[in-house]
Design a protein around this ligand. Structure first.
Ligand SMILES: Cc1cc2nc3c(=O)[nH]c(=O)nc-3n(C[C@H](O)[C@H](O)[C@H](O)COP(=O)(O)OP(=O)(O)OC[C@H]3O[C@@H](n4cnc5c(N)ncnc54)[C@H](O)[C@@H]3O)c2cc1C
Length: 489
């Protein structure tokens, strides 16, 4: 199961709790030329790949035992039970960092879709017509995790060690820098650079406090969105009768404040499909039968319910509730130890419904790569604070999208929207209404949503004129049950 010869069993529940230790043993070397990345999630793996270009050795320490022979579930990635899409910008950056990774993924059964052409999508305004949009990669998160790990491990400078939970940071004698990490078994590992990529459950604030550093400010928005997901085998499409043939490769029925229930259906490898139901507050989707299917029937369109009504469930429904947007502003701290970086969900996480976390993690790795260009390894620790600021800028656009969309839901907890956000929300409602049918707007809209184009694209004078002159605000509550280009039957 595990891919390291000298792993230390992480335990199950216990592996997720940090216990104080009586003091770590001294690191065996001074870690020169060595970078340590905590967490073998997507952010950790891509960061390791980048660091391998600058450090002689990179060690990735992962709490979970890592499935080796084939993709599999692991407790540190509970989100893998739920639908994941990787937007075009994420695909592009990952391909740049790991050439050939897209073909490797599609060869193993992941699918490249063109949204909304292949992907039926009921937006808050209306169904998207088959207008130009953006590419997205879909498949199980377990496949992505496993394929990335395999690709990163091919680099001989990188060692990925599973079953090792990190419990804290080791301070250098100067008290101003991080010199390594402590592990659950009481040993320590020395490094010149430590990167925390332990995701949403990161203990970095406590680890910093133990070294005498202040806690970061936190900005948090919670729309209380809940997920419930289940894998299915869909019935075969009848070979005869083109009208009845399935002409879509996935669908998304989006909720909106007056009907806060939605659902996504995406293909997985091995002829499986994954349904993720979504709902806010009292509308969180059930995790039991037959309520799961009943919930699907209550969405704004019957299309998703009809697609799974006669399908064979392949798993029990599984829920997920921790979907708040949370930004730990390490970049704002006045004091920051040399030799430490915090990346990925550990620094900033998003309501996952907008599908941005993986793309932002990839963009942050890319930003780190650019920032490190020409910087010798021995100078990297001293630049940590600047690197922290530089990498986290990758989160800004996704943060703006997720929080301004979440603030449309009146019960969302978090700082109230300012005037600029309210104006942006109204403008984006019109953009969305226009993008549903107008190729001139769908292309820039999906460019921004997929993080491939800057938001300013939607503020180009021609686009603004088109948006403001043509589309009423989508106040009409009813939308057709099926997209006009894909009637039932
Ligand atoms: C329900 C859900 C759906 C999502 N859907 C999408 C989507 O459609 N598209 C998208 O782009 N993003 C999506 N995301 C976000 C995406 O999963 C994350 O942004 C992405 O995985 C990057 O995370 P990460 O690598 O920072 O952290 P993670 O993926 O959480 O990885 C952290 C790793 O650190 C390990 N770890 C934790 N503590 C320790 C420790 N003390 N010592 C050693 N190792 C440790 C964990 O075991 C884990 O392997 C979704 C998230 C959720 C929750």
């Amino acid at each position: 199961m595990d891919d390291t010869p000298d792993n230390h069993p992480a335990g199950s529940d216990d592996a997720h709790v940090d216990h104080p230790r009586t003091g770590p043993r001294e690191p065996v070397d001074d870690g020169a030329g060595h970078a340590v990345v905590l967490g073998a999630g997507l952010a950790g793996l891509l960061t390791a790949r980048v660091l391998a270009g600058h450090f002689a050795r990179v060690t990735v320490l992962e709490r979970d035992e890592l499935p080796d022979g084939r993709p599999g579930f692991r407790p540190g990635l509970p989100q893998s039970r739920h639908a994941h899409v990787l937007w075009s910008r994420g695909i592009e950056v990952m391909e740049r960092l790991l050439p050939g990774i897209t073909a490797e993924l599609t060869g193993a059964g992941a699918a490249l879709l063109e949204s909304p052409r292949d992907f039926l999508w009921l937006s808050p305004a209306d169904w998207f017509q088959p207008v130009p949009g953006a590419r997205m990669l879909v498949g199980s998160r377990e496949l992505l995790d496993w394929t990335l790990r395999r690709a990163v491990r091919r680099d001989p400078r990188i060692e990925i060690r599973g079953g090792l939970a990190v419990t804290g940071l080791v301070a250098a004698p100067d008290g101003r820098s991080v010199a390594g990490v402590t592990l659950r078994d009481g040993t320590a590992l020395a490094a010149r650079l430590v990167v925390d990529a332990t995701g949403r459950t990161s203990k970095a604030p406590a680890w910093l406090a133990a070294l005498g550093y202040p806690a970061p400010e936190v900005t948090r928005y919670d729309s209380h969105l809940g997920y419930s997901s289940r894998a299915y085998a869909l019935p075969e499409v009848p070979p005869a009768g083109a009208a009845a043939a399935r002409r879509w490769r996935g669908m998304y029925v989006q909720g909106r404040p007056d009907r806060p229930r939605g659902g996504v259906l995406v293909p997985l490898e091995d002829d499986r499909w994954l349904v993720t139901l979504l709902g806010n507050g009292e509308h969180v989707p059930p995790t039991r039968d037959p309520e799961f299917l009943e919930f699907a029937r209550t969405l704004r369109s019957p299309a998703l319910y009809e697609a799974i009504r006669d399908a064979e469930p392949l798993s029990e429904p599984t829920g997920f509730r921790a979907t708040a947007n949370e930004w730990r502003h390490y970049e704002r701290l006045d004091r920051w130890p040399e030799g430490l970086l915090v990346v990925g969900d550990a620094a900033c996480r998003f309501n996952p419904v907008y599908g941005h976390g993986m793309t932002v993690a990839a963009c942050a790795a890319h930003a780190l790569d650019e920032a490190l260009a020409g910087l010798p390894a021995h100078r990297v620790p001293a630049e940590s604070r600047a690197l922290q600021r530089r990498t986290v800028t990758a989160a800004a656009v996704a943060w703006q999208i997720a929080t301004s969309e979440d603030l449309r839901y009146p019960w969302t907890e978090g700082p109230r929207p300012d005037r600029a956000t309210r104006v942006l929300q109204r403008y984006m409602s019109r953009v969305m209404a226009g993008a549903n049918a107008d190729a001139a707007l769908s292309a820039p809209f999906f460019g921004v949503l997929s993080l491939s184009a800057p938001p300013a694209t939607l503020l180009a004078p021609g686009t603004v004129l088109r948006v403001l002159s043509k589309w009423r605000l989508p106040t009409a509550p009813d939308t057709p049950p099926y997209p006009p280009h894909h009637p039932p039957g």
